[in-house]
Structure formats: structure tokens, C-alpha cells
Design a protein around this ligand. Sequence first.
Ligand code: BG6
Length: 490
Amino acid sequence: MVSRIIPVDAFDLVIFGATGDLANRKIFPGLFRRFLAGQMPDDARLIGAARTEQSREEFQAQIRAAIKEFVSPSKQDSAQIDAFISRLHYVPIDARGEAGWPELKALIRPEVINAFYFSVAPALFGDLAERLKAYGIAGDDARIVVEKPFGRDLASARALNKSLAEHFEEHQIYRIDHYLGKETVQNLMAVRFANILFEPIWNSQYIDHVQITVAETVGVGGRGSYYDKSGAMRDMVQNHLMQLLCMIAMEPPYHFDPDAVRDEKLKVIRALQPVPPQDIVRGQYLGWHREDQDTPMPGYLEDCEDPHSKTESYIAMKVHIANWRWKNTPFYLRTGKRLRARTSEIAITFKEPPHSIFDEAEGSWQPNQLVIRLQPNEGMNLKMMIKEPGPGGMRLKQVPLDMSFAQALGEEGADMPDAYERLIMDVIRGNQTLFMRGDEVEAAWAWTDPIIQGWEERGDTPRPYDSGTTGPDDALMLMHRDGRRWRHIK
Ligand code: BG6
């Protein structure tokens, strides 16, 4: 097969927060995989910057260990690791002071693409942006990449946007939502807009409802104190689930172009209706003593070290979009920690045919459903009614047309890039399609804020749920009272 890997142009990439968890777990291992794939030009320069005083060699040893831990054993080629490591530089830097900035400037080549990844607390975004400009390090074509959380409400997101805008133009700012880098999320656009099959029925006339599920088995563990200030609504719904919803609900953009796509997503976010309290269920996981483990796993309240915490580790909600396409088609969203299985999927349930010609279909009829699996085993499943084989009349049966991308695409599908590596390469290519625009983030907070304020005003307390289950029972009721059911989490 002809390789689809197109090397990017020469670049210098600076990662602020280079000793942090994200850098070790995702950013550098992802860059290494792109290097192995042959996408990195020979003279690409990767520069770690962080507060820690350490030498270049010590930093290289840190990244070598990260590659060992977070890159699959089949890709551990020591000659390649050496070649990758030799591109790494390190600058100890003070984001709020002056130390390290002249040294950083000396390493940056203005004639190549310059990108600066802010893998640091948002409180430092403004300081970094200011110094990159003050020291003449970032020119008019430089790109900055910022990580979530992008604010914790509309006011703080606006303040962040404003502080970045003082030094950089919108076309230079890449706000990461790593869900947009997932293969299947982009595939949603291909499925919708590169096929004629679905688009004519992609509306409330034919779609009964949509379910978006992002279930995780992990608890909040070591990041309990951070998570407790956030909760599932801020940590997952305002960004990741909202982006998935936009991909399903948006109108066809006139072109696959960053602003055309983001304009359409923005329209969806602005059309989201306020959500009444009865359409939301919040939960907190309880401790768990699994049979196969000696020690019990702590519950949410212990994990976050606040026995009175009212932060949710689970949320389920019914959302309406007030526009022509989606009037009366609810979108049910749910996400939670410590659930039965790790699974992310979007399920689109279609309506009944207007008239059944099969008497015997009564009772056995089931709606068509298109399920798009994000993880694990990315793929699609279309549930259809067919005739049950054999004699004995016209009995109907629902069967899945199941496609796993890994199987359907062979080698190519089995080696799909991780979300981060794809997004970092998009930054170097200067393609903002899969990044959030400032107005999009603000619109998402404008919808989220009143929901969270409502909980605070009412003193809303999340319902406890058992770890290893599908969440609080009340979430089942959210569906049942509408005559619908959640898909099984498995
Ligand atoms: C992060 C959240 O943005 O996404 C985490 O902060 C969550 O709480 C993670 O676990 C989920 O990402 P993924 O790619 O593992 O589904």
C-alpha cells in the first residue's frame, strides 16, 4: 500500500510543562510515534521547558523512560529511540519570571514553523503568551496550543481568551479538545457528508433520539482534588460530549475548512436549550470491594478528600436543540467514572416505519439504530430488520451490520494515530479544523453556567451509585419516563 504519511515542514516545537503528566504520557510518546511513522522532518527540534532545573541529558532520560512506559513494546526500537531523543532540548524556565527566556530564544529558529504547547495550568497562559512576545520569540506566524480546562465558567473563559488575544491572533491559537482528534469523531463527518445515505433522514422526522455515552472504569484517584473543583459537567460535558453532539447535529459546512466547520458547530451550541433540573441526574460513586482484590477501592468522597463534596462523578441529561432539524429529537448524554466498562459511543435510534405490512412483526419490531463506537474497537454498527431465515412465514429479526475499522482497513486501521499525535501534526500543518475557536468555547460555557449555578443555588446533592455499575438508578428513569432505554454499557 502506498504510504499516506506526508512529512510536515521543518519546525521547532516547545512544550511548556514538559515534566508534567500529559507531556510524559501523551505528548512525547505521540511525537515519537509520528517520528517512527516518518512524518517528522530531519531537522525538527523538540524543546521541553519547565520549572525543574535539570540538564538536557536528564530531560532526555526522562523522555526515554516515558517512551518505554507509554509506547507499545512493538515500537521500542532502540536505534530509533536514540535518534528521536537526540532531537530533544531542554530549557529550565520561569513562566512568571525572566529566567530561561533568553536561552529559549537562542534555540528557536525563526525561519521554520514555531509552535508553543502550553501544557500548564491555565493561570499561566497569559504569562507565557506575554513573555513569548516580549522576548521576540513568537512571530506573527507562530502557533500556540492550549490545553483544557479552558476556564471554569463563561467569565474565566472570556478572561483567558482576552489574555491570549492581547498577544496572538485567533488564527494562531489552537485550543485542544482531544476528543476531536479521535479517529471516529472525524469519521462522523465522513459518514455524514461523504455519503448520500444518511443525510436525507438525519433529522427529527426520522430520528427518534440520540444517545451519547462516555463511560470510564477509572475513578478520580490521584487527581481527586483537581477533579472535585470540576466534576463531570465541566470535565467532560462542556467540552468532549458537547463536541460529539455538535458533530452529530451540525448542518453540512460549505467546505471542510476550519471556519466553515466551526461556524456550524457554534450554531448548534447556540441552539441548545436550557436544561430543567428534572432532566439531569448527577451521581457519585461509592467504595468498592472487588472479590478479585485484597483492598477495597475508595469511594468518590474519599478520593476527593472531602466528605461533604457535592461534585458529580456521573451525569446523565436530556438535551434539546431548538432548530428546524432537531426540534423534538432529544439528545441523551451520559458520562461517568468507575462504571461497568470503558466505552464511548454515539447511538442514533431511528423512528418506526410509518406503516407495517407484516402482521407477525408485532412485538418483534425493533428500531434501526446506527451506533458509532469511539472506543474501544472503533467502528460502526447498523442494526437492521431482516427476515428470519427458514420456513414458517415472515418472522422478522434484528441483525447488526457490524464494522470494526481495524478489521475493515487492515494494517492501516490497526495503527491509527492517537488523538494527541494527530492534533499536534495539525498544529504544525496550520490546520485549525479540529480545534475549538474562542467563540465556541464561550458559547459552551454560556449554556453550562446556568445549569451549574442552579445546582449551587438549590444545594443539589449527587445520588450515590455502586462502582462497577451503569450509574445511579435515577438515570434509568430519565429514559424510562420517555418510553426509551439506555443502551447497555458493556
Ligand atoms: C479528560 C478528562 O479530558 O478526558 C478525564 O479530564 C477523562 O477526566 C479523559 O478521563 C477521557 O479521555 P479518553 O480519551 O480516555 O476517553
